[in-house]
Design a protein around this ligand. Structure first.
Ligand code: FA5
Length: 365
């Protein structure tokens, strides 16, 4: 019994003296571990005679429980002490002003796409997609310009090796020259009526201040029963006035040729000279009114509807396609198209949009 009491006093003193959790763990191992002092003592029970074991057994078990309880108590105290210490050391001053951070900017093309989604979404259009790598059939032939058609020359592009698993014009791979190929893909995969817009990268063998080898277009397609040129004019007028945020922005339709529409038109918006620059809108006098082309449009050609699997006797449609860079340059006063894709962060800081404070013409009343 004396031994047990001495051991208890010694281990208790060691527990109380443990200043951190690691020291306490060492004490636990030395007392209650596999080769700990209490454990060793318990092992001697087997060699004792029954009388001795009767008294020593409960005493040793009680010692073991008491030491375990002491260790647990000390562990709780040390954990609380460590937490209190952290709370003191890691205190945060919530009154400090915000540290200036480098924020990213939204590219003007992304901004324009989002505005267009909002405007056309409100008119009931959904967004369709198509691949950048197209085949000759979807990009040209199905749109009514078969091989050898002179209109192909206006859209020279980048050609890829033929796809050995396809035949004819389906095998000829190229980077799409316009998003009009998505008209065909959408018509083939769905049943009319359709009301879709589509955005995407388009490619041509061009390079100057207003033309780059890669640019973006938006396509619009509305196919339903009884669609007329009047629907096209109404839709386009609402869209450009909403997008540019000018309620009386003049819109002009000029007859033009695209193989995939009949009749076809080029759409211009009005501007006038002001000081050294220009201003979009209605000129103060008719003589001052100037016009700028922004997109091509028309009624979907009968052959295109047939190639898309749509019966032209039953359904009619309109379509238009717009260069997104051109529209963005006009809206935000950006002078050179080539700068859109130079990845100059100074340019992006100047012309880009704060993700949290983005203007949106579509949210006007
Ligand atoms: C087309 O691409 C027709 N698919 C548009 C269309 C769709 C007409 C549906 C009728 C019905 P166009 O080749 O004119 O048309 O190009 C449309 C616009 O793309 C141009 O007005 C211009 O803004 C833009 N664009 C054309 N080439 C380039 C280029 N290299 N760089 C930047 N923008 C370009």
């Amino acid at each position: 019994m004396t031994d047990i009491n001495t051991l208890k006093n010694e281990i208790s003193a060691q527990v109380s003296a443990s200043a951190d959790l690691q020291a306490l763990e060492e004490v636990r191992v030395s007392a209650l571990g596999k080769k700990g002092r209490v454990t060793e003592l318990m092992k001697t029970l087997g060699d004792m005679d029954p009388e001795q074991r009767k008294t020593q057994g409960p005493a040793l078990n009680a010692l073991k429980d008491e030491i375990a309880a002491l260790i647990e108590k000390q562990e709780k105290a040390l954990k609380k002490q460590a937490l209190d210490q952290r709370l003191v050391n890691e205190r945060m001053d919530v009154t400090l002003s915000v540290r200036p951070e480098r924020k990213g900017k939204i590219h003007p093309i992304s901004q324009t796409m989002e505005e267009l989604v909002t405007i056309f979404g409100a008119m009931g259009y959904s967004v369709a997609e198509g691949p950048d790598i197209e085949d000759d059939w979807h990009n040209f032939t199905a749109l009514n310009f078969p091989p050898g058609h002179p209109a192909r020359e206006m859209q020279d592009t980048f050609f890829l090796p033929d796809d050995p698993e396809q035949n004819g014009e389906h095998a000829k791979k190229l980077l799409r020259t316009h998003t009009s190929s998505v008209q065909i893909r959408h018509m083939k995969a769905n049943k009319p009526p359709f009301k879709i817009i589509c955005f995407g990268r388009t490619y041509r063998s061009d390079y100057d201040m207003t033309h780059t080898p890669m640019f973006h277009q938006m396509e619009c397609l509305h196919v339903a029963k009884g669609i007329t040129m009047g629907h096209l004019k109404g839709c386009l007028t609402d869209f450009v006035q909403g997008f540019f945020g000018i309620d009386d922005l003049p819109v002009r339709f000029r007859p033009s040729f695209f193989p995939f529409v009949e009749p076809g038109a080029e759409v211009d918006i009005g501007y006038f000279k002001k000081g050294d620059g220009i201003q979009l809108g209605k000129a103060p006098t008719p003589e001052d009114q100037r016009w700028m082309e922004i997109l091509g449009a028309g009624m979907v050609h009968k052959n295109v509807l047939i190639n898309g699997g749509v019966d032209p006797e039953e359904y009619q449609g309109f379509a238009f396609g717009m260069g997104l860079e051109r529209a963005t340059m006009l809206k935000y006063g950006i002078p050179d198209l080539r700068t859109f894709f130079e990845s100059d962060t100074r340019w992006l800081n100047h012309y880009g949009f704060d993700p949290l404070e983005r203007p949106n013409s579509a949210t006007r009343g």
